[in-house]
Write a protein that binds this ligand. Structure first.
Ligand SMILES: [Zn+2]
Length: 340
């Protein structure tokens, strides 16, 4: 039986996220509502994507229940598909996890109805509890509680996960101002989650490698449990530190989020360099969020010393017709290439 805590004691764990954006790009999920109905409408698509991410090096198969909670579906008038959607997503992920030997993760996320105060808390708590129940029944090895900008909301998710007796990964989303909505710094937020029983704490989504990396050392220093880092693969900057903040000069400075982020996409090298730097800073649970492709996942896995099945096809330019160094490549072609 795979076990998250034991796996992390042995070495780094890679977790591919970003199912929402990838299914949207492939034409199986509508941007806007961003609800993972694809698990019911086209289960073969999400199963294949799970398999591709595992092939590329993900040690975790995360059930695609992001935004599949009661509050989101209630707003859309689709509460009737809540339980089938969750059970189906978990069942597809469980099958792939069994086939590939990966860990199976359930998933809770920001509800967008949370506010401090008893009324919203009760609504959010019950939404998390039912999702955790379904994850536990599906045999989840642990549950990921992700993309929280309220510490209070993350702690409700954590409470639900711990009540079910499952390990918890809690990752926070750091927006432009750099703080949680309830005023905590990212490091303090992670400390709160660790003290409340989280097994892994860290950051996911929103920020690209360049603007997430500087936040990791303070988190590492603030907690003693394993730390997670799963940026979006976009070229965020100090001036535009989040994917929501990116403005595209080729489109008169229009907001690129969420469906026109393509020109800001990081190369695999940038993700590999991020993973190596985060690993050197003591981060052990690494991955990529919205926008991730299998080539990014493989780069992260390879950067922390793993050789996933997809590494068989990692680039080897030595035999390239023009750019290669193999003795069989003629000098005239190499010279020609130097002027291309
Ligand atoms: Zn994301």
């Amino acid at each position: 039986m795979p076990d998250l805590v034991e796996s992390l004691a042995r070495g780094p764990v890679v977790c591919a996220e970003g199912y929402l954006f990838e299914c949207e790009r492939r034409g199986y999920l509508q941007a806007g509502a961003f609800v993972p109905e694809v698990v019911l409408d086209h289960p073969e698509v999400i199963e294949e994507l799970h398999r591709e991410f595992a092939h590329a090096g993900s040690d975790v198969i995360e059930a695609f229940t992001y935004y599949g909670h009661r509050e989101k579906l209630r707003i859309l008038g689709k509460e009737d598909i809540l339980e089938p959607l969750n059970r189906q997503a978990l069942s597809i992920a469980a099958q792939v996890a069994r086939d590939t030997g990966a860990l199976l993760a359930g998933n809770l996320c920001n509800t967008n109805v949370y506010e401090p105060g008893p009324q919203a808390k009760q609504v959010v708590r019950s939404a998390f509890e039912e999702q955790v129940t379904w994850a536990a029944q599906a045999g989840a090895d642990f549950v990921i509680a992700e993309t929280f900008s309220w510490v209070g909301e993350a702690l409700l998710a954590l409470e639900a996960i711990k009540s079910a007796g499952l390990p918890a990964v809690v990752t926070f989303a750091v927006h432009r101002d750099g703080l949680m909505r309830d005023g905590f710094s990212p490091a303090d937020a992670c400390r709160e989650a660790e003290q409340a029983g989280a097994d892994v704490v860290g950051l996911n989504c929103i920020r690209g490698p360049a603007t997430m990396l500087p936040l990791l050392a303070p988190i590492r220093a603030a907690v003693s449990c394993p730390v997670a880092a799963l940026p979006v693969p976009y070229r965020t900057t100090e001036e535009q530190p989040t994917m929501q903040a990116l403005r595209d000069p080729a489109r008169d400075g229009a907001q690129a989020f969420p469906v026109a982020l393509d020109p800001f996409t990081c190369t695999r090298y940038e993700l590999g360099e991020f993973a190596a730097a985060a690993f050197a800073a003591g981060v052990r649970y690494l991955g990529i969020c919205c926008g991730a492709g299998p080539h990014h996942v493989r780069a992260v896995a390879e950067a922390v010393g793993q050789a996933p099945a997809a590494s068989r096809y990692s680039p080897d330019m030595s035999k390239h017709s023009f750019l290669g160094t193999d003795p069989a490549i003629t000098k005239s072609y190499q010279d020609y290439a130097s002027n291309l």
